[in-house]
Write a protein that binds this ligand. Sequence first.
Ligand code: PGA
Length: 248
Amino acid sequence: MSKRRRLVVANWKMYGRLTSGCVLARDVADLAEAARPLNFDLVICPPATLTWAVGEAILGTPVALGGQDCHWVTHGAFTGDISAAMFVDLGCKYIILGHSERRHGHGESSEEICKKVEAAQLAGLTVILCVGETAAELESGSTADIIEKQLRESLPQNVKTANLVIAYEPVWAIGTGQQPAPEDVVTVHKLIRKILGEIGETVRVLYGGSVSPANAASILSETEVDGVLVGSASLNADGFWAIAQNCQ
Ligand code: PGA
C-alpha cells in the first residue's frame, strides 16, 4: 500500500446532463457512504455546467468536488472562461490542470498551465497537474525528457506542495485501452519524485489512462502509485467504485 493517502479522481470530461450527472454522482456517493470511513480520497470532476448540481448531490458525503480546468485570472473579460475562485465558490476542492486534452487539444502551453497552477492554489484548490508523453515521444525514447520539461515548466516557483497532486497520463494511453506496464508506470513515478526533489516524498503521484475495473488492481498494487485519474470508466458508478475499492 502506498505511504501516502490514496486519491481516486473521476474525470467526466464533456459528458453528463443535469439528470444523468446527478444520478451518477449520487450513486457514487451512496457507495462511498456505505463504505465509511474511507481510507482514501474520492473526487468527482464533472463538466463545469454540472458543478453546482453535482456539488449538491454529494454534499455531506465523503466525495469531494473538482473542476477540469480554469483561467489564471480571478475575473474579467474572458468569454467562455471560468476562474479558480468561481470553482471554489461552487464548493470545489480540486482542479485538474494541464490535461493532454487541454495541452494538445487546445494548444495550452506549460507557461499558461503554470499560471493556472499558481492561481488555483492561491484560490485554495488542490491542483491535479497532468503530465505525459505522446506515442511519438514514447517511440523516440524521450519520455523522461518530456516529463521533466512539462513538470519544470508547469510548476510555479512558489508551488504549495500540500495542495499539489501530479497525474502521470501517457497521452497514448488516454481513451485507447492501451496502458504502460505497471513497472514502466513505477519508473516514471520515481522520475517525477526525483524531479520534484525534497517535496517528492509527500506529493501524491497518480496514474491515468484507460484505467478500468479490469486493470486497476495491478496498477494500484504498486506502492509508488498513489491513486488513479479515471476518464471513461468513471461514467459508471459500479465500475468506478470497483476501481476505487483497490484503495480501501
Ligand atoms: P480514460 O481518460 O480513463 O478515458 O483513458 C483518462 C483521462 O484522460 O484523465
